[in-house]
Design a protein around this ligand. Structure first.
Ligand code: IDP
Ligand code: MG
Length: 137
């Protein structure tokens, strides 16, 4: 079993797509290890997306991520990181495969409904960025 970190982003929460996305997560065989609603601050969003600092879309991305509540979660199954990335689809919903969450619920390359860790090192960092140890028992 492997863990990954996921976000249902502000656009998807606002559009009331969170329940449908959580249903899909369960249907894909993930266990929900931890889940909470969070209003991310500007500093938290900047730190979370530090790898993108300096890119043209960075400040817009931070504004978007702080525009409303998000749902942060830790998901578990075999090959969780790769499987969640596959279920999410490509970053740009226009390029995402049919049947992926971003194809179904994403509005643009920025407002793309969900986040998923890219690799094991990122997953480890992202899980503890949002969840203290006692929330991961
Ligand atoms: P990922 O979420 O598929 O891993 P990243 O390249 O890590 O994609 O980008 C992080 C987030 O930044 C994306 O999910 C999306 O919200 C936003 N983003 C990425 N590229 C662009 C862009 O070219 N324009 C606007 N927003 C972008
Ligand atoms: Mg990424």
């Amino acid at each position: 079993m492997e863990k990954t970190f996921a976000i249902i982003k502000p656009d998807a929460v606002e559009a009331k797509n969170a329940g449908k996305i959580l249903s899909r997560i369960e249907a894909e065989g993930f266990g929900i290890v931890a889940l909470k609603k969070h209003e991310i601050t500007k500093a938290e969003a900047e730190g979370f997306y530090a790898e993108h600092k300096g890119k043209g879309f960075f400040s817009s991305l931070v504004t978007y991520m702080t525009s409303g509540p998000i749902l942060v979660m830790v998901l578990e199954r075999d090959s969780a990181i790769a499987h969640w990335r596959a279920v999410m689809g490509a970053t740009d919903p226009a390029k995402a495969d049919a049947g992926t969450i971003r194809k179904e619920f994403g509005a643009s390359i920025e407002r793309n409904a969900v986040h998923g860790s890219a690799n094991p090192a990122d997953a480890a960092r992202e899980v503890v960025y949002f969840f203290p140890a006692f929330e991961l028992l």
